[in-house]
Design a protein around this ligand. Structure first.
Ligand code: ATP
Ligand code: MG
Length: 414
């Protein structure tokens, strides 16, 4: 077997090429040398963190690069300005609550989070001295009364948590807060930020999550705007996407053609996950073939691999949506046309134009309109109506996925 048992020989070649260190579709960037663009957002982030009483909220669509911006900027900050500050990271999932998030920061800061008892001794003259623990108690009078005090941990109270952590310095990054299901928990997080801000704590909170407005992530807490500054991360611009492609291939000694760079940039549509995914598949194929030039033939095969490696959620919703129609091929063309539209929102006439250009097919606008209505009317559809005659994809990553699929289809036709 040329690729060795279970493809081990192939894997060894790819690993030693360094391609998977440079192109990381499934992991955020945490190293400044792999981080491109975002200058404006990163400087806003830095200046907010360095202002007393201010904390940061990074929000935007899925996969735009929120975690990468937050982690890379925090690293730079901790190495440069906030030397000695602690970095704590918490990735939330649907089982997380305010308590579990609070527990993470207390543990990381090595703050006691168990109920404990101390003894307060009162001397006859009324002078009190408290020693913790009890065995270390010092008494300067023969007559004394001892009172046991129970220090009760209250993880569900933002003010209790704030009291414990506010004297510390560092950054607490709380990622994927959109996954925290209960609004009350998100509200409490906002309250914690407010309390740390009021006390000018040097422990800065960075909240990160998928949302179209910052308020979605803080459950609309009314007085949070003053101390929690928002960084709305939009899609990357094409120049920065091209930088990811050129720099990445250069690092591993490969040379993509201009056509390849153009197609990857177009498919990415400002979502760097797709840039990394397609580049990685191209790089792997080139490493195996031993040809450092990455041309359109390599790209087409790479698109096929990229589709296979895409998130199941995207593949399933696309397949489920189309396969229930009588003539799925006709609907597929409508979806492809929609994926190629320039704006996020599109009309039947826009789709008709794109079908002409990309699918080389002349279709009546009324037919497009009827199909569009039928697609959007489906439960769990990939498209939705967003205004009179206007539609959009429910998942903003879907157009890139559809374009990859279209490119991979073109491959099978060759
Ligand atoms: N500024 C950047 N330069 C280069 N690559 C980037 C940049 N930002 C993000 N990426 C890449 O894009 C992909 C998505 O990034 P990231 O995980 O940070 O996005 P996200 O918005 O946090 O995604 P999610 O919504 O799924 O949490 C990753 O492959 C990451 O390596
Ligand atoms: Mg993320």
């Amino acid at each position: 077997m040329s690729s060795g048992t279970f493809g081990i020989t192939r894997e060894k070649k790819i690993i030693s090429s360094g391609a998977r260190k440079v192109f990381t579709p499934h992991a955020p960037v945490d190293d400044i040398s792999h981080f491109f663009g975002r200058e404006e957002e990163a400087s806003r982030f830095v200046s907010v963190i360095n202002t007393d009483g201010l904390h940061v909220l990074v929000y935007g669509d899925r996969g735009v690069g929120k975690t990468s911006l937050a982690i890379t900027t925090c690293r730079v900050l901790l190495q440069g300005i906030m030397k000695g500050g602690k970095y704590i990271e918490k990735r939330c999932d649907s089982s997380d609550t305010f308590e579990s998030i609070a527990l993470k920061v207390l543990q990381a800061l090595e703050i006691n989070h168990q109920n404990r008892e101390t003894t307060q001794t009162t001397n006859e003259g009324g002078k009190a001295s408290v020693k913790i623990p009890i065995v270390g108690a010092e008494v300067d009078s023969h007559r004394q009364s001892a009172v046991k005090i129970l220090h009760q941990v209250n993880l569900s109270s933002p003010s209790w948590v704030a009291e414990q952590i506010q004297s510390k310095a560092g950054i607490f990054l709380i990622d994927e807060i959109d996954a925290v299901a209960d609004k009350e928990d998100r509200k409490k997080l906002a309250e914690l930020v407010k309390l740390l801000s009021d006390n000018k704590s040097q422990l800065k909170i960075v909240l990160v999550g998928i949302a179209s407005t910052g308020a979605d992530l803080t459950a609309g807490h009314p007085s949070i705007q003053r101390c929690l500054k928002e960084v709305h991360l939009k899609r990357m611009n094409d120049d920065d996407v091209r930088k990811i492609i050129h720099n990445g291939f250069k690092k591993i000694g490969q040379i993509p053609t201009e056509d390849v760079v153009k197609t990857i940039t177009d498919i990415s549509a400002g979502l760097p996950h797709f840039t990394h995914l397609i580049c990685l598949k191209c790089a792997e194929a080139s490493v195996i073939s031993g040809n450092k030039h990455v041309g359109t033939d390599v790209l087409k095969a790479a698109l096929n691999e990229s589709v296979k490696d895409s998130e199941n959620a995207l593949k399933d919703s696309y397949t489920n949506c189309l396969h229930n129609f009588n003539k799925p091929h006709e609907y597929k063309i409508i979806v492809q046309g929609a994926a190629h539209c320039k704006g996020v929102e599109f009309r039947a006439s826009d789709i008709q134009q794109q079908i002409k250009v990309f699918v080389k097919f002349d279709v009546d606008q009324k037919v497009v309109s009827r199909r569009l209505i039928a697609i959007a009317a489906r439960a769990d559809s990939i498209m939705e109506k967003c205004g009179r005659g206007y539609y959009r994809f429910v998942d903003p990553r879907m157009p890139s996925f559809v374009k990859m699929l279209h490119g991979a289809d073109a491959q099978s036709a060759v």
